[in-house]
Design a protein around this ligand. Structure first.
Ligand code: AMP
Ligand code: MG
Length: 285
């Protein structure tokens, strides 16, 4: 069984800058995966030792070099049932939870609404050595907010540039941003919503409002196309993860995380004490 992609997913799934037509992107594709479906869970699991080693190095660097240490921010966006939770469980779940901070963004509170849309986001960005996971994000402010007209168009139109500038600041501060759009088809979403209704253990995940959002499918696809196209920058590109197949989605997110961590060339921090002296002290204690 092979676990490596045929080419890096940072190349295969990276969305080029410019206008996007989501209907050109196959939600059921499996770019870069060379095995059979049955191999996928093992291929994902096989990344665990390396991911966990890299994450521990990142954390260690964060504990020792503080502000100069890199940070990772994974942004997960997608329609209801696209598998944001599944990606967290199966891909992010491969690393030590102590080095990960997950934040799910819901509809803003009254307090949050009194501030600029990035206010609540800035407070949750990962610190040195940490992996931050955003389950929804600042992109909701050009998605649900745009589709439902929650602010005037002039306001949301200016947000694409504000988002790009905000992300540039994070990158300048040493954050690696991995933006994943979990791309599902309308037919697959219907299946998944029905599956939630069929299974009492999934009723808690179902929200009657999801059907209303589903009714706005085309508006959301248009809003996503703009968000992806206008915010897939050199410093923080979007990755489009075909997500109709759950096994591919989990493998791809884990693989993307591994590829980004590898590029950091993380070395174990060198002791700032004399190891031999300390050995002698412990031995004699
Ligand atoms: P869920 O992820 O299913 O728990 O749902 C969270 C809900 O919060 C979704 O309906 C989002 O559209 C909504 N939400 C998240 N961010 C915002 C935002 N900035 N403005 C309005 N609604 C939001
Ligand atoms: Mg939901």
């Amino acid at each position: 069984m092979t676990t490596d992609p045929s080419s890096p997913l940072t190349e295969l799934l990276r969305l080029p800058a410019g206008p996007v037509n989501l209907t050109d992107l196959d939600p059921a594709g499996t770019p870069g995966f060379r095995g059979k479906k049955a191999d996928a869970p093992a291929a994902t699991e096989a990344l665990a030792p390396e991911l966990s080693d890299l994450q521990e190095r990142l954390y260690a660097v964060g504990r020792t070099t503080e502000d100069r240490a890199p940070k990772i921010l994974v942004v997960l966006q997608g329609m209801d049932t696209s598998g944001k939770g599944g990606a967290i469980r199966h891909a992010i779940g491969l690393v030590d939870p102590q080095g990960v901070r997950i934040k799910a963004f819901k509809a803003p509170t009254d307090e949050e609404l009194e501030h600029d849309f990035l206010w609540r986001i800035e407070r949750e960005v990962p610190g040195p050595g940490m992996i931050g996971i955003f389950d929804r994000s600042h992109y909701e402010d050009v998605l649900v907010v745009r589709v439902n007209g929650l602010v005037p168009e002039k306001v949301w139109q200016s947000r694409y540039d504000e988002i790009n500038a905000f992300e540039q600041r994070l990158v300048d501060d040493g954050t690696v941003i991995i933006k994943c759009f979990l791309h599902i088809s309308s037919a697959e979403q219907k299946e998944r919503l029905l599956a939630r209704l069929e299974d009492p253990s999934k009723h808690w995940k179902y929200n009657p409002g999801d059907v209303d959002v589903r009714g706005q499918w085309d508006d959301y696809q248009a809003a996503y196309a703009d968000a992806l196209g206008r915010c897939s920058t050199q410093h923080a590109p979007w990755y489009v993860i075909p997500s109709d197949r759950k096994w591919y989605r989990s493998w791809a997110v884990a693989q993307l995380l591994a590829e980004h961590l590898r590029t950091l060339d993380l070395e174990w921090p060198v002791a700032d004490f004399d190891v031999e002296v300390e050995k002698a002290r412990v031995a004699g204690s």
